[in-house]
Design a protein around this ligand. Structure first.
Ligand code: AMP
Length: 147
């Protein structure tokens, strides 16, 4: 069996994301694989997935969320020793962007948490499920226990 060569960690920065990050890092070390990370700032107007903030429709806070997401992603990359060129801060649908970046960069394993969203954001649907069903590579969902 071929080993994984490029692992993509998808992070939403909710609690327990450290578990997901540590699992991805561990797998990358075991397989001698390249590790990359992605965070997607959801452009749907009602929620910021990283902060579970509900935003009125008339407000556009996307620039603030992008700056915040970029900072959190840079901090995580520094903790995990991921080079900046292997980090992606994207906007749009998390599921679509994770799959697109994986396909464009020959990723052979995507690591996500089993859940992330809280409250009303749950109505937006499960990113983990979407990635699992639509990605063309393997997907590992790290089991997270709801507090
Ligand atoms: P969810 O299915 O939305 O509860 O989220 C499950 C997992 O998908 C999270 O633990 C993350 O690994 C990933 N994920 C969710 N939203 C995002 C996002 N905006 N950017 C990157 N990864 C995400």
């Amino acid at each position: 069996m071929n080993s994984y060569k490029h692992i993509l960690l998808a992070v939403d920065f909710f609690d327990q994301q450290t578990l997901v990050a540590e699992r991805a890092k561990d797998l990358a070390e075991r397989y001698g694989a390249k590790l990359s990370a992605i965070h997607v700032v959801d452009t749907l107007p009602i929620a910021d997935p990283a902060n579970d903030v509900l935003v009125p429709f008339e407000m556009d806070l996307s620039q603030e969320f992008i700056a915040l997401g970029r900072k959190k992603l840079a901090d995580l990359a520094s903790t995990l020793a991921i080079p900046e060129a292997q980090t992606w801060l994207e906007t749009g649908s998390p599921k679509q962007e994770i799959i697109r970046i994986a396909e464009e960069n020959a990723v052979d394993l995507i690591v996500v948490g089993s859940h992330g969203r809280h409250g009303l954001a749950l109505l937006l649907g499960s990113t983990a499920n979407g990635v699992l069903h639509h990605a063309s590579c393997d997907v590992l969902a790290v089991r997270l226990h709801k507090p």
